[in-house]
Design a protein around this ligand. Sequence first.
Ligand code: GLC
Length: 584
Amino acid sequence: MSNARRQTDMRSALFLLALCLFSPPTEAQNEEWWPTATLYQVYPRSLKDTNGDGVGDIKGITESIPHLVEAGIDCVWLSPIYKSPMKDFGYDISDFMSIDPIFGTWEDFLELARVVKEAGLRLVMDIVPNHTSDEHEWFIKSINREDPYTDYYIWKDSLGIDENGTQIPPNNWISAFAGSSWEWNEQRQQFYLHQFTVAQPDLDYRNPLVIEEMKNVLRFWLENGMDGFRVDAPGHIVEHIDFLDEPPTNDPNCPPMQFCQLQHIYTMNQPETLDILWEFRQVVEEYELTSGEKKVIMSEPTNNIVDTMTFYGTPERPLMDFPFNVNFVFDINNQTNASTLKGAIDKWIDNMPAHATANWVMGNHDQPRNRARQGEEFAMALSMVNLLLPGISITYYGEEINMDNTFVSWEQTQDPQGCNAGPEYYQRFSRDPERTPFQWNDQPFAGFTTGNTTWLPVNENYLTLNLEAQRAAERSPFKIFQKLTAARKTDSVKSGAFDHQVLSEHIFAFVREEPPSLSYLVLVNTGYSEAQANARASFAQLPDAGIVYTNTPSSNFQIGDVVGLDAIVLPARGGLVISYLPLV
Ligand code: GLC
């Protein structure tokens, strides 16, 4: 390069630097941060307990931030920490704008928000619009027919009195937690609707005042610095106006009075739901315009892919930035082969609107843990897929160390969904096994609490399965997780091309590449015996050889080994990530 040219370059670089330093925030600074984020769901009762009462708290979450930074997380989603009688462990909210004392104080919350920000992470709150607690002031006033609260909830008259002298509910609707969705209120002499526990009365979203109340809740948390929301149970927000009986599913495997007895055609996915989500979205957009900060709104999915996709909205009327993709949770099992695994991925990508970003979930507080569903080795192989596919990746607390479900006896059962199912069926319905304390170390109670009890039992495997041991080990689930989150920060995974192929009955593979950068080949063996793959036969751009980047424990390779890409050996149910330089 000539001297004159170098000087011109230098001058323009200085000019650009000056522009950056002295201009107001540009479009680029306000860019969406979430499309490549690594999200982490905290179930606050179970991460870390600092006051010895056996229940996790906000100070415990604050103390855990260094761990999340080390794990390579970008954004923390908190399951509810609002004031709650805890009938559904925080999803029954009695005040949307205050913190429950079991979790700590408002100051503790501000400190958490400060520490999160200082660590360069984002903080997202769970928002529960469908219902409140029956101890919420609105509900108490609604029972008393105190305006404007009289019609805040779904109240209906009884259909009469049956031969046992009990009031007959308005229709046959069944709650997601079993039993009738209707509860008689003696004082108001009417039934109220509850799609979850009796302690969670459904708000009436046909009442504009209710919409406004919930928008104020969103505004409150935005003003308090939140980076976005996870919207709970959106499919349930609106019910059909005629309140007709729902048809039976005739499912022979469904126990009596369980949710699976009915086709939820009047209680779920009503078209008006999207108008409510649009109202929420507008609050967030208004805030983005005035603050110049980009926020995220994500939501739980609903019970089918078509309705779930409507939550994305359209380019003209975007709703959620993304509804959670739970296909890995529901569509992958011990029968899965390479093509059904590819099918589970395509089911999301092919159904997603063109303007949308994909996301990948391995588990949450409502479903058995990834490891319990997939087995130890395959759970890790699937995490490789989850974390290296294009889009957002969501990790449920404990997945980074491959925590397992914990046995919880009937006597120890806490979850209302488990309790309502009774001793015969509770194991099928209870969500307690995936909510047990995080396993920090091999000290009593896995280092979760400073006290001598925990709200759910600690898994007995904590002596060997814990974060401290995994940080010290040369190879461990946590080390794999760190490698994967580090790869997520490269251009190849952030924005690189994606090509996925079935290599054989049991070997599924994909590449993430951005030539000339270092790129990644991910291979998974869904089968129960060792298998060999020729990746070059399916991906023409692959060089002869690559380098082992990370691998599941049964793989014989060492990190850094050079591997010929036409004969790659994978252990049973194992996974392997190979880095390579693409041929251009
Ligand atoms: C959502 C939550 C679940 C809760 C229910 C009622 O499905 O994920 O935990 O029990 O809503 O709020």
